[in-house]
Design a protein. Structure first.
Length: 174
């Protein structure tokens, strides 16, 4: 229930930013620093699929801090150049193990969805997970009040947890 509430707040704040563009200052726009990571096992493909949802302005700031580069995730002409930096940031801040073995994440891409960015990843084929471990440190390089919500779904069984800074690991058994 808390995950649904936080996701609703996240999208509500994003919508308010597009309806009231004057609210774009960081503190007024979204004083809650939150991301969500949805990790799901696709039994048909035999892969773990991941979607990370992060506010655009926060994500741009985090990538800029890591890479010392000017970041613009919105402009279509910058998309290919930003793909490299988004992948590098996610590689450094998201790690998954299935059944105790590190899962190599393949970056699929990112897309803008109003005021948030969705980043898509997947693993190679893995056996049906009995245990999933995730290390999520998204935006930890920016905020000491960062909240990362992690949803892990295997065989229709969804388990969620919130990782409050500085915590970054979750382990779920199925």
């Amino acid at each position: 229930m808390i995950a649904f509430t936080i996701r609703t707040v996240l999208y509500g704040l994003a919508l308010m930013g597009s309806v009231f563009p004057g609210l774009k200052s960081e503190k007024a726009f979204h004083p809650l620093h939150v991301s969500t990571s949805d990790i799901s096992y696709n039994a048909k493909e035999g892969k773990m699929e991941v979607i990370c949802t992060i506010f655009v302005d926060d994500f741009e700031s985090a990538i800029a801090k890591q890479s010392n580069a000017k970041i613009d995730l919105i402009k279509p002409e910058q998309h290919n150049a930003m793909d490299i930096l988004v992948k590098k940031y996610i590689d450094a801040n998201l790690h998954i193990k299935t059944n105790g073995t590190a899962a190599s994440l393949t970056y699929v891409g990112y897309e803008n969805n109003r005021e948030v960015v969705n980043v898509y990843l997947e693993t190679e084929k893995v056996a049906l997970p009995k245990k999933v471990d995730a290390e999520v440190s998204l935006l930890h390089n920016l905020y000491n009040d960062q909240l990362n919500i992690v949803h892990i779904t295997v065989s229709g069984n969804r388990k969620s947890a919130k990782l409050e800074f500085p915590n970054k690991t979750i382990s779920q058994s199925f």
